[in-house]
Design a protein around this ligand. Structure first.
Ligand code: DGT
Ligand code: CA
Ligand code: CA
Ligand code: ZN
Length: 586
């Protein structure tokens, strides 16, 4: 139970910072700063002193600070800090990461300009509002803007598509080098997490070529900085701001290493536990028996040539990387196998896409052609509904006009013998009271309706749940779009009880999409086990606003696999006739 002094000092420092950000008494903030410095420079364990009461002999730590530290040591949380975090808008807390902008100036800008989001601060720096404030000026505004851009570029996490884009040149370059037997992406990217920190690559090669492989790696054109270099590993920063870690391991260790560096840490901990139960020990080099003294018998490794061998030796089937989060996969694999999960080749068509009829960049015909080119059998076009004025939402007249165009295009496909169909869909706003955006007779004319919340996202959670439930109860509603409204790395979604909505939707026979846009990936995969338990249908929807956006389906598939969904739970694995029958079945 020993918490390092530095960690305690950081907690106290945070309290001081947040007190200033909240506009509290400056002397109180100073007291926490001082205590932080005392703790950091103390030459004995402050945690120990707090626990055994001897802290009274450390000057600068009074009973109040001791109580706070004790709370952190025993509970991991300090009430005053939690209270401050809850009280200060989340947007402002992000501003603290802007280098060169302290809590006092943040507070001043926040109060004078009435803004809390990073994007708003950026705008205010760009349009002169920050520069016009007393004590700021053009130079300060420019500096803040630079820092924000820097922070965004080098933010320590990125979206899935950005991560793949960053890692592919490295993977492909490594694969071509002499002596390289295999290259695999490991880490969170292999697990298809919704956001990615650093990128992990694993190379199988003999030790004598490791140095030359790493030399090439470190000098690839995408590298701007070498962060660390060792005999068998190297970390670099890419020109796009991503960190890439590569490790070279001997072929005989590759399978065990791949398992280890795929993670997650939690999954690995559970695996090591299973190994121990079987008198074995698992590490990044392999699986070894334990001798009578409980030490690893490194001279006698278990034969592990593939990940599947290792899982088998631990009494398990091969667990797909997406499931390796220690969230039920060890149970799952007892009654399932990897091939039970939905895969990209199961996807038969596209639902949820936009055209120039509303805010899309391509004509309906071009979007349909892009689907045909990708081998899909249908496109359920879902432009925005009439209330979405900002996104060119369709008036009733324009809905009818679009239907005409759809009929004409479908006639054309039929005449030309193209096995493809456009379905008449709409992404209907769910109004604040839960109504859909057209009269019932108009809604009944669509092949399917997606109900999405696009405004007043911050309503109280109970009201938000009711709003969604009412939309689900409308007989025309077939799919709920991006339920929480989150934008990854940008804004939190509404924290209403999504499990309750899942129950409600499953009972009503309404699907909840997995929005495959890498900014959304909403609903989140963590709801998968509950959704499967109650028989919810989902749909992997690209929400494409341009033809390239259709390819986001692959990220949605990764998230659906993480959620544990099989093809039978995903609407757009159905051929068009079955799908249309499902839409009509309500
Ligand atoms: P990220 O990078 O935050 O998106 O998440 P991961 O899971 O890629 O984490 P990362 O890059 O720190 O580590 C890659 C994998 O290595 C991780 O999933 C599990 C494995 N691993 C196991 N133990 C350790 C450890 O003590 N340190 C590190 N760095 N990795 C470990
Ligand atoms: Ca990583
Ligand atoms: Ca890493
Ligand atoms: Zn939407």
């Amino acid at each position: 139970m020993s918490v390092h002094n530095k960690i305690l000092a950081e907690q106290l420092e945070s309290i001081g910072t947040l007190l200033r950000l909240a506009g509290e008494n400056e002397f109180r903030a100073i007291a926490f700063d001082k205590a932080a410095r005392v703790v950091e420079t103390c030459d004995r364990s402050v945690a120990q002193a707090v626990l055994d009461g001897t802290y009274t002999s450390i000057s600068g730590i009074g009973p109040g600070i001791a109580r706070d530290l004790n709370a952190f040591i025993t509970d991991g949380k300090i009430p005053v800090l939690e209270e401050l975090k809850a009280r200060i808008p989340a947007g402002l807390l992000r501003w603290l990461d802007i280098s060169g902008l302290g809590p006092k100036r943040i507070r001043k800008i926040h109060e004078e300009l009435g803004i809390t989001e990073l994007a708003d601060l950026k705008a205010a720096c760009a349009d002169g509002r920050v520069a016009a404030m007393s004590g700021m000026g053009v130079k300060s505004a420019e500096k803040i803007l630079k820092s924000i851009e820097w922070m965004e570029k080098f933010a320590d996490r990125c979206t899935l598509d950005e991560a793949w884009e960053a890692v592919i040149p490295f993977r492909d370059a490594l694969a071509q080098l002499g002596g390289v037997q295999e290259v695999e992406v490991a880490g969170s990217l292999r697990r298809s997490r919704e956001t990615i920190g650093d990128l992990d690559l694993l190379v199988s090669a003999e030790a004598d070529v490791a140095a030359s492989i790493l030399d090439t790696f470190a000098t690839l054109p995408e590298v701007t900085e070498v962060l660390a270099r060792g005999e068998s590993k190297c970390s670099v920063r890419t020109t796009a701001g991503r960190q890439v870690d590569v490790r070279v391991v001997a072929p005989e260790y590759f399978a065990a290493s791949l398992m280890y560096f795929t993670g997650s840490k939690e999954h690995n901990v559970a695996l090591r536990g299973r190994a121990r139960e079987r008198g074995l020990t698992l590490n990044e080099y392999g699986l070894f028996p334990l001798d009578a003294q409980g030490n690893a018998d490194l001279a006698n490794p278990m034969p592990i040539e593939t990940e599947a061998d290792a899982y088998e030796a631990l009494g398990l089937g091969w667990i797909p990387p997406e499931l390796r989060e220690d969230r039920g996969e060890f149970e799952w694999i007892r009654t399932h196998q990897a091939s039970d999960l939905v895969d990209l080749h199961h996807i038969k068509g596209i639902l949820h896409a936009h055209s120039t009829w509303s805010d899309g960049a391509y004509s309906l015909e071009a979007m349909a052609q892009a689907c045909i080119d990708r081998g899909y059998g249908y496109l359920g076009i879902t432009d925005h509904s009439k209330s979405a004025g900002y996104a060119g939402g369709l008036s009733v007249e324009r809905v009818f006009a679009q239907w005409k165009e759809i009929d004409a295009l479908n006639d054309g496909y039929a005449r030309a013998g193209v096995d493809f169909r456009i379905l008449k869909g709409i992404e209907s706003d769910i109004l604040t009271d839960g109504r859909l955006d057209y009269d019932d007779d108009v809604l009944a004319g669509f092949d399917f309706v997606i109900g999405s919340v696009h405004n007043v996202l911050d309503m109280p959670v109970d009201a938000m749940l009711e709003r969604f439930k009412r939309a689900v109860d409308h007989p025309a509603c077939r799919i709920i779009g991006h339920p929480t409204g989150r934008l990854l790395l940008r804004r939190e979604g509404n924290a209403f009880d999504l499990d309750a909505l899942i129950d409600h939707a499953a009972a009503a026979g309404v699907a909840i999409e997995i929005n495959a846009s890498t900014w959304r990936l909403d609903m989140d995969w963590k709801y998968g086990p509950h959704a499967r338990q109650v028989g919810l249908m989902s749909s992997i929807n690209p929400d494409a606003h341009e033809t390239d956006g259709l390819d986001d389906v692959r990220y949605g598939v990764g998230i659906a696999r993480k959620a544990g969904f099989g093809p039978g739970s995903i609407l757009n694995t159905k051929p068009v006739d079955e799908l249309v029958a499902w839409f009509k079945s309500r």
